[in-house]
Design a protein around this ligand. Sequence first.
Ligand code: COA
Length: 196
Amino acid sequence: MTAEAGAASGSYTVRRVRAEEWRRLRELRLEALRDPIAHLAYLDRIEVALERPDSYWQERTRAAASGTTVGQFVAIDEHGYLAGTVTALVTAPGEPDYIGETSPGMRAAVVGVYVRPGHRGSGVLQAVLSETEAWLRGIGVPRVRLHVNEHNLRAQGAYRKCGYVDTGVRVEMVDGVNHEMVRDLPSGQGDSYDRS
Ligand SMILES: CC(C)(COP(=O)(O)OP(=O)(O)OC[C@H]1O[C@@H](n2cnc3c(N)ncnc32)[C@H](O)[C@@H]1OP(=O)(O)O)[C@@H](O)C(=O)NCCC(=O)NCCS
């Protein structure tokens, strides 16, 4: 465990983002959008993201750093550099979620998943997802889901390793056909998430 609030995993510290680190989160996002498979991984596009003003990134990071609607988590390596990130979007009962679907219960989706190339295959995704899921459990979300492009086989494999199961549901999105994967988040496992 390091001095900062968060969970240490191997040589990584995992924690929720902080509003003041919006500049480096912007850089991480731009790097993700330049990934060779970004067109299969993200709905956003680098050309559009580059045009966004600082105020957009400040607000985006502020929203992800506090509250219970958006939670962004990062893994930080032993040198203090960002290694990867996961964002959870929480939707209240009856509200449309990020793909416009409604549900009678509270639900959450994992989006914006990125592990920097030099850190892939090192358990970073597992560590960040696990912290994200602990946060979600702590605010009462029973199940998390995500959508992964049918051609993004590495991401599918990585999510499977982290306990996500393909529901068989296929969703047509702007990047093509996506597989819905879910993971139940059982309550009562002793989580008392208070790291926000
Ligand atoms: C997707 C991502 C987060 C996964 O993190 P990672 O650290 O690379 O994942 P891992 O290496 O731990 O796991 C990938 C698994 O898929 C397997 N895999 C890799 N390529 C594969 C392929 N073409 N077909 C099937 N399985 C594959 C790997 O072997 C590995 O499983 P193993 O550890 O049992 O061998 C990361 O690669 C990334 O950021 N990619 C670019 C952006 C992206 O795709 N984001 C997800 C959007 S949904």
